[in-house]
Write a new protein. Structure first.
Length: 219
């Protein structure tokens, strides 16, 4: 009886829950994109910008790249794997000639490792290339945000891993916006960010445009 009583005091361990992708939480955003598609003409051969809030908030895209048929499919707070999850709905249907991708800082903030970020981006490339084998893909380097300065070592490592991966894959390129966003001491430049010190202001986007523009011109 004593043993039974003692065993009844042992902490209960819950059985592991079934793994379900949390990317589905972005479904309303994706449905909204698809509703836009119903009234906006698709643009085969265009350029899809996809990724997290830094893409979604790039309101000057069309003026930064005049004459370029751009489709903005950024959805705020998303991670690399979220764009992969929805690629067959917000990238592939447009039959773009190129994709400009940005995500990764949210991943690292949530605890993903630099290696996982690299692997997740590779999965994105593989999924898009399975349907669009000739599409060019550019990875915009993970930015150095002042509000997440403690993550800079992981950001540097993730960027280096993606850069090395891109070197070995034809038609995939790494666009370095990281270094231009640092000051002479190697610190993030706060003047490139809005008040939250996480998202870019017009000056920050001007740096991004200056890096992306030559890549687009070379397509």
């Amino acid at each position: 009886m004593l043993l039974g009583a003692c065993s009844s005091l042992q902490p209960q361990v819950d059985a592991p829950a079934a793994v379900v992708s949390d990317s589905t939480k972005w479904e309303p955003d994706i449905v909204a994109f698809e509703q836009q598609d119903a009234v906006v003409r698709r643009m085969p051969g265009g350029i899809v910008f996809v990724g997290s809030s830094s893409i979604r908030l790039w309101e000057s895209l069309h003026e930064d790249f005049p004459g370029v048929p751009i489709i903005n499919r950024g959805f705020g707070g998303s991670r690399v794997r979220d764009s992969t999850w929805y690629a067959d709905r917000i990238v592939i249907p447009y039959q773009p000639r190129a994709v400009v991708f940005y995500a990764g800082d949210n991943d690292l903030f949530e605890g993903r490792t630099p290696q996982q970020v690299r692997d997740d981006f590779e999965a994105f490339v593989d999924k898009v290339r399975a349907s669009l084998p000739e599409v060019r893909i550019a990875f915009i380097a993970i930015k150095p945000s002042p509000s997440r300065v403690t993550l800079l070592p992981q950001v540097r490592e993730a960027n280096a891993l993606v850069r090395e991966y891109a070197k070995g894959v034809g038609g995939v390129d790494y666009l370095d916006v990281f270094l231009p966003m640092l000051d002479a001491q190697g610190h993030p430049r706060p003047e490139l960010f809005v008040e939250d010190q996480l998202h870019l202001n017009r000056s920050g986007y001007a740096i991004w445009a200056g890096v992306v523009r030559p890549w687009l011109a070379g397509l």
